[in-house]
Ligand binder design. Structure first.
Ligand code: GRF
Length: 210
């Protein structure tokens, strides 16, 4: 299985892949920070966008930015999806995988192969409210604040080591839509900033698991 290099900074431009199932607003912020056509001395560039849903808005955004895309369904199986994706990641010499609204659970063998090189952004202050419906869960719990978390991915659901968080207040009249919009705005700053720090070598991403 494709195993990326062990340590950041790489001393060369890092090749990034983004996995997205939805609208892709986080992809958009990552593309703005790490453009596909970056110079060779840039920190990173998005080289591949993967989706499990051919109709995902994220794929259209990638095409507009002239980034290679791969739409691969989870049918017939997750194992097939992961084999196809691993091959594409290797072909594109990907160093770092960024989940950005990717709504599928990856297997332990995939997360192990990408240990320390696989990030996710989640719309809550983990460990509060992991999993689906995190924004609604914060409202239901009567929380006064919420936010977003960038974390390394392990075999669990939203359980890997936390790299960075941003907080947002919850207003009394917030709905899931208004709160999620506020969280998304925070995500668009936090995710590229955290990836930049990681590429610069700010985190010991392998040690973080111990
Ligand atoms: C974000 O809120 C992210 O935290 C969650 O899914 C949402 C994706 O939004 N994992 P977008 O597709 O990037 O707009």
């Amino acid at each position: 299985m494709h195993r990326p290099e062990a340590k950041f900074p790489l001393g060369r431009v890092a090749n990034l892949a983004v996995f997205a199932s939805g609208a892709g607003s986080n992809l958009q912020s990552l593309l703005a920070a790490f453009p596909h056509q970056s110079a060779a001395d840039a920190l990173g560039r998005v080289m591949l966008v993967v989706s499990d849903r051919p109709e995902a808005g994220a794929l259209e955004l990638a095409r507009i930015a002239s980034v290679p895309t791969l739409a691969q369904s989870f049918k017939p199986s997750r194992a097939h999806f992961e084999a196809v994706i691993q091959d594409a990641l290797q072909q594109a010499s990907i160093d770092l995988v960024l989940l950005a609204g990717f709504m599928r659970i990856l297997s332990g063998s995939f997360t192990d192969a990408w240990r320390g090189r696989l990030l996710n952004i989640h719309p809550s202050l983990l460990p509060a409210h992991p999993g689906l419906h995190a924004v609604a869960a914060a409202l239901q719990a009567g929380d006064f604040e919420s936010g977003c978390t960038v974390h390394l991915v392990d075999a669990g659901v939203d359980t890997g080591p936390v790299l960075a968080q941003a907080r947002v207040p919850i207003a009394q009249d917030d709905t899931e839509a208004t709160l999620h919009a506020r969280i998304r705005t925070a995500e668009h700053g936090l995710y590229p900033q955290t990836v930049r720090r990681l590429l610069e070598g700010a985190f010991e991403t392998q040690r973080a698991f111990r």
